[in-house]
Write a protein that binds this ligand. Structure first.
Ligand code: KIV
Length: 272
């Protein structure tokens, strides 16, 4: 498949095309995403949880994103890749944000970067865009800021909160972002944002009224017992893997594996 471009992503605002994104963190799964119809990959800071076993995203570093991102790029050379800017590596100054974004572009060979925050992040979005790097915003439930939000909670649940989100979305649009992720908001709020900004919305837990959809790979493949309400399990790999591990152990314990089919049966002269 040919890689989708920033102008094609922006055009989804008006042409009715629905596109989607999945997080990805390793070479092997990237090769499978590359073969699929999915247009975009996010090297999410969710790798703190899915790959490194952290409780949240704080603590993820640019080196972590770059380490995983390079592997993903090797597996998915023609998929549009967005690198997720980790907490603490773009909130000190515009220069710090440009520095981290430059590293992602140079070292991962990303197509764009994503960062969290509305009005508070507008200056850094503008600086990175002016440095020539496409930026995807991220508002609503922003995991790096979850402690301020009292946890992973649905955002925008009052008219006042919806207006605040719109002001954030507009600030990110005006700063030059080509798309904005909106996470964990009611369907009506996402529609309100969509109808009042001119860049596509990449929704996650925001319903159908947006141009693009995002999911975390490990949620949608069914690795975990618990997933958030919005994360449909399109497969159930966790239980399937557990069955496979136990079956392997059972066959070894019972002397059923490896049979000649799985062994090198070459006759070695003198040993027979
Ligand atoms: O890091 C991540 O995986 C995200 C999700 C909300 C898609 O930003």
């Amino acid at each position: 498949m040919r890689k989708i471009t920033v102008p094609e992503i922006k055009a989804t605002k008006t042409n009715g095309r629905k596109i989607c994104l999945i997080t990805c963190y390793d070479y092997t799964s990237a090769t499978i995403v590359e073969k699929s119809d999915i247009e975009m990959i996010l090297i999410g800071d969710s790798l703190g949880m899915t790959m490194l076993g952290y409780e949240g995203t704080i603590g993820v570093t640019p080196d972590d994103i770059i380490h995983h991102g390079k592997a993903v790029r090797r597996g998915a050379p023609t998929t549009f890749i967005i690198g997720d800017m980790p907490f603490g590596y773009y909130n000190e100054s515009v220069e710090q944000g440009i520095h981290t974004a430059n590293r992602f572009m140079r070292e991962i060979n990303c197509d764009a970067i994503k960062l969290e925050g509305g009005r508070r992040s507008a200056a850094v979005v503008k600086g990175i865009v002016e440095a020539g790097i496409p930026v995807c915003g991220h508002i609503g439930l922003t995991p790096q800021n979850s402690s301020n939000m009292g946890g992973f909670k649905v955002q925008g649940k009052s008219m006042n909160a919806a207006e605040e989100l719109l002001a954030d979305a507009k600030a990110i649009e005006e700063a030059g972002a080509f798309m904005i992720m909106v996470e964990g908001v009611p369907v009506s709020v996402c529609k309100y944002l969509r109808d009042n900004i001119n860049i596509p919305i990449l929704g996650i837990g925001a319903g159908m009224e947006c141009e693009a959809q995002a999911l975390i790979m490990h949620d949608m493949l069914g690795f975990y017992d618990w997933v958030p309400k919005f994360a449909k399990k399109f497969a159930n790999l966790g239980p399937q893997m557990l069955d496979a591990f136990n079956e392997y152990h059972k066959e070894v314990a019972e002397g059923l594996f490896p049979t000649p089919e799985y062994s090198y049966n070459t006759k070695v002269e003198g040993l027979e």
